[in-house]
Design a binder for this molecule. Structure first.
Ligand code: CP
Ligand code: NVA
Length: 307
């Protein structure tokens, strides 16, 4: 069996593939905005497996596949045999004989890797404990729309060194920008878990204000990710000084953007003033999940397409 192309983490694609993809996403978005039907994935089926909750990921994949002419099927652990112990390898064999592409949101990265190793069709990571590549694809597209190329720019990551943070760090290595990370003590980046080749594209700061100084983009995420709920109380205390607020945005500079993958907790990781303020692009960012994943599915299924 020839191995299909998967998207399990950000570094699965090269910088050259991202350059193609960002152009392609812009083209697909413009067509959609002009109400011009575009059905390159007519008759194709996407299966979406959710082992964790979702609003944006489900909606953007399901709507995106329909808009490209295909259809999408939603499965979750509760209602499928996956929740009753069917081996992930067996599920992959079966599902990939019935559909054309699979998206999975699950816990350990190892689960999606085992699925992909047994799949005849492309597998997309819709979030794991370690990575959230579809979100960073949309986030960087959003940055490009507002500010041009991200190469050489500085992103400040404030808060937890979670799946989002790890993926920003992989993207920085690939697309040659810098990430200033500030986490509370005990929650620092683990380069190996982040899947990094080195440490040349990020710097850790004890003080979140210093991490934001001069940044082109300030971004954060929930203090407690899905699957880590048992740590919530300890995290609320540990992260109390890592709220992105107006003072942090002020040192970043007047043109600095604010992003958050959502869902957000105003008054915890970000103040209402910042997320609802003039530098915030969170709604563009959320919308771009749709366009970015349409570009991604087209690329995985059809390869490079002439505009
Ligand atoms: N940002 C994101 O992945 O949102 P959902 O959890 O709603 O899918
Ligand atoms: N880091 C968060 C992102 C949610 C979209 C989580 O994993 O729960």
């Amino acid at each position: 069996m020839t191995q299909p192309k998967h998207y399990l983490q950000f570094k699965d694609f090269s910088a050259e593939e991202y350059a193609y993809l960002f152009d392609r996403i812009a083209w697909i978005k413009a067509k959609f905005k002009a109400y011009e039907p575009y059905h390159p994935l007519f008759d194709r089926t996407l299966v979406m497996i959710f082992e964790k909750a979702s609003t944006r990921t489900r909606l953007s994949f399901e709507a995106g596949m329909a808009q490209l002419g295909g259809s999408a099927i939603y499965l979750n652990t509760r209602d499928s045999q996956l929740g009753r112990g069917e081996p992930v390898e067996d599920a992959a064999q079966v599902m990939s004989r019935m559909c054309d592409v699979v998206m999975i949101r699950t816990f350990e990265q190892e689960i999606i890797e085992r699925f992909a190793a047994n799949s005849r069709v492309p597998v997309i990571n819709g979030l794991t404990n370690e990575y959230h590549p579809c979100q960073i694809l949309a986030d960087i597209h959003t940055f490009i729309e507002h500010r041009g190329s991200i190469q050489g720019r500085t992103v400040a990551w404030i808060g937890d060194s979670n799946n989002m943070c790890n993926t920003w760090l992989q993207a920085a290595e690939l697309l040659d920008f810098n990430v200033h990370v500030s986490t509370p003590p005990g929650y620092e980046v683990e380069p190996e878990r982040a899947g990094l080749y080195g440490t040349s594209h990020f710097e850790q700061f004890a003080d979140p204000l210093e991490a934001c100084r001069g940044a082109d983009l300030v971004t954060t995420d929930v203090w407690t990710s899905m699957g880590f709920e048992a740590e919530n109380e300890a995290r609320m205390k540990a992260f109390a000084d890592w709220q992105v607020d107006a003072e942090m945005m002020a040192v970043a500079g007047k043109d600095a953007l604010f992003m958050h993958c959502l869902p957000a907790h105003r008054g915890e990781e970000v103040s209402a003033e910042v997320i609802d303020g003039p530098n915030s692009v969170v709604w563009d960012e959320a919308e771009n999940r749709l366009h970015a994943q349409k570009g991604l599915m087209e690329y995985l299924l059809l390869g490079k397409v002439e505009a």
